[in-house]
Design a protein around this ligand. Structure first.
Ligand SMILES: Nc1ncnc2c1ncn2[C@@H]1O[C@H](COP(=O)(O)OP(=O)(O)OP(=O)(O)O)[C@@H](O)[C@H]1O
Length: 312
């Protein structure tokens, strides 16, 4: 274990009757790192994080929080984890401020520390202006932001978020993603589950692709994309395909094909090679009308690894 590892889980396993919901899952998260568990509904994300959070008994494996063994009975680990479940755990008749005060006391905060922390979390969640309205009058996104705020009250060094943007409006979604990035910037380790590829790509330093209870592949976005050996594609729409031999001869171009005024190029790094390709096309007398760049994404990685789409 490296010194700044906030979470280590090894060989986690959970069965429900004959169903193996989580099968030999291992990964680590460092302080300040955001780790994404990306997989479709039923992949085993919630079961995995419930075991890590210490709210579900595991059938096998080990969890360490900041180096210490952690299970359903250990309060030391729970004090270091902020767990935000998918379902809202709020009192609808109380205001945001009242909800936060209640949960802050539950975490053992008292007196002036409750007041100060509640105000900080209201700001963080972007709810200061509506702090005294009953939660039942909030939008779905506001409730979700408050739910995350509750998980942050005790300043945990490890934050576990279970699909925090499911069903929220785009504005709240953006606010949630920004606040998670800010927390990671302050050194909080984040475990983030999602079935949205774009969120994993935008937010996560490393991603574990999970399907049928197993982690199929793990790495940075670039590493995962590299794993399946897919290359970037550039499509030029032009007045003809006469520049094809010139473009095919460029060292950046792996494959080139053209017909009906469209030139299709396969390249290693589209962003870097695009200016050179456009210059070469112009030199060869090709009038380019449109350019389209397609980089392989985690959706294609998922398809490659599991033979099915991330979303049905
Ligand atoms: N308490 C339970 N009893 C029986 N089966 C369960 C239980 N909890 C989960 N499962 C099953 O275990 C598998 C993994 O479920 P889990 O909820 O962990 O997946 P998930 O990736 O979080 O999906 P979702 O996004 O739908 O929550 C699924 O097949 C699910 O039906």
């Amino acid at each position: 274990m490296t010194q700044d590892e906030i979470l280590t889980c090894q060989n986690l396993r959970k069965t429900f009757g004959d169903l193996v919901a989580v099968d030999d899952v291992s990964f680590t998260i460092a302080a300040g790192e955001t780790y994404g568990l990306l997989g479709p509904n039923g992949a085993g994300k919630t079961t995995t994080i419930s075991m890590i959070a210490g709210i579900l008994e595991r059938d096998g494996g080990e969890v360490r929080v900041a180096g210490r063994p952690h299970d359903t009975r250990s309060s030391w680990g729970k004090e270091r984890i902020g767990y935000v479940p998918q379902d809202l755990a709020l009192y609808p008749d109380l205001s945001a401020r009242e909800n936060l005060r209640f949960f802050a006391r539950l975490h053992g905060l008292r007196g002036g520390r409750v007041r100060a922390r509640v105000e900080e979390v209201l700001e963080l969640a972007g709810l200061a202006e509506r702090a005294d309205d009953p939660v039942k009058d909030y939008s779905g996104g506001m409730k979700r932001r408050l739910n995350i705020g509750v998980g942050l009250l005790h300043r945990p060094p490890l934050l576990i978020l279970d699909e925090p943007t499911a069903g929220v409006d785009p504005q709240s979604r953006n606010a949630i993603l920004e606040s998670v990035a800010a927390l990671a910037g302050e050194g909080v380790g984040v475990l983030y589950t999602t079935h949205y590829m774009e969120e994993a790509e935008r937010l996560c330093d490393r991603i574990g692709i999970i399907d049928l209870g197993r982690i199929r592949a793990e790495g940075t976005r670039r590493e995962l994309v590299g794993l399946v050996g897919e290359l970037d594609r550039i499509t030029l729409t032009a007045d003809g395909v006469q520049a094809l031999p010139t473009l095919a001869a460029l060292p950046e171009v792996r494959e080139a094909a053209g017909r009906d005024g469209r030139v299709e190029l396969t390249v290693d790094d589209a962003r870097r090679s695009l200016p050179k390709i456009l210059l070469a096309a112009a030199d060869a007398g090709l009038a380019v009308r449109a350019v389209e760049v397609a980089e392989p994404d985690l959706e294609s990685v998922f398809l490659h690894l599991t033979g099915k789409a991330l979303r049905d």
